[in-house]
Design a protein around this ligand. Sequence first.
Ligand code: SAH
Length: 355
Amino acid sequence: MTPLAQILRAEIATTGPMRLDAYMAACLMHPRHGYYSTRDPFGEQGDFITAPEISQMFGELIGLCLAQTWLDQGAPNPVALVELGPGRGTLMADALRATRGVPGFHDALQVHLVESSPALRARQAETLAAHAPTWHDSADTLPDLPTLSVANEFFDALPIRQYQRQGDGWCERVVGLSDDTLALGLNAKRIEPTLARRLDDTADGDIVETCPAAAPVIDALARRIASHGGAALIIDYGDWRSLGDTLQAVQGHDRADILAAPGLADLSAHVDFEALTDAARGTCKTTRLAPQALFLSRLGITQRAEALAGNMSGHTLDAHYAAFHRLTGREEMGTLFKAMALYPEGAAPPPGLEP
Ligand code: SAH
């Protein structure tokens, strides 16, 4: 049993079953035993691999997209270049390298990172030392400036709640104990006013998910974008509206049981982009969802891939084409992953996300 499983068992034994969002938060961010707090999980050696770790092209294109947005909005100076959940800092490093030639951009920007993991902050500090980033525990403390931000696979790591429909009510799924081991259970049925509209598109027994931590982050970004300009790119796996149990554990590139090894496996859930859009409504504009393949091809990934391929041969070239395919292939990340953006009223949407 993992040390965190022991802690959670003791807690549940005294205070009763635990909500899934509390369980997920403990598994990912417990100060001593949380999955992200203690390790760098990325890459072939780690548990999973993300788009910026697959190819430099991903961060480069995101950087150019944000720099073009900056130019389109009149090149404000100063401007905050923000990343939420920057992992190893690879995306930001690639974005900064690709935009060095954009006149005035680097002189105007300040790099701000929202990251809760001390282990990953240390890693980001190495990768981005030349750009003197400022770290934040949450989006609330970001500066009041024009804000160009990106979040790749950040929202899928935010803790979720799950509810199972029963008639016109909902039973929340919780983590309890069965024979002294962690087990999923259901709370008593309640009427959930916030889920009222889900009675129209669900049937008895269906599960829906909510992510209470997402709306405050969107709100913090949307307010800055509405008052000062900028844009927020959100890229993640998920779809327009959550339906079904999407909470998954991954360990060593394989699916695992979500209760088996708390703190040792990554936990994530599909992002409900409708909920993100709702959270921005009335504050700033949002684009439609674009599949990652469409977004990246509109930004010119094919031309970039060909240009890079010109200097490659042998294994390097094979790996490069495999990476291109992994980012854009229909059976790979091309359609499961989606992109959307927040942007100000009266401005053009960021390149790649035009209607
Ligand atoms: N964007 C990176 C990493 C994705 S993993 C990439 O694409 O490779 C999720 C990242 O979000 C990690 O850096 C993790 O530590 C961070 N994170 C997760 N939950 C967070 C929270 N509640 N607040 C701040 N950072 C968080």
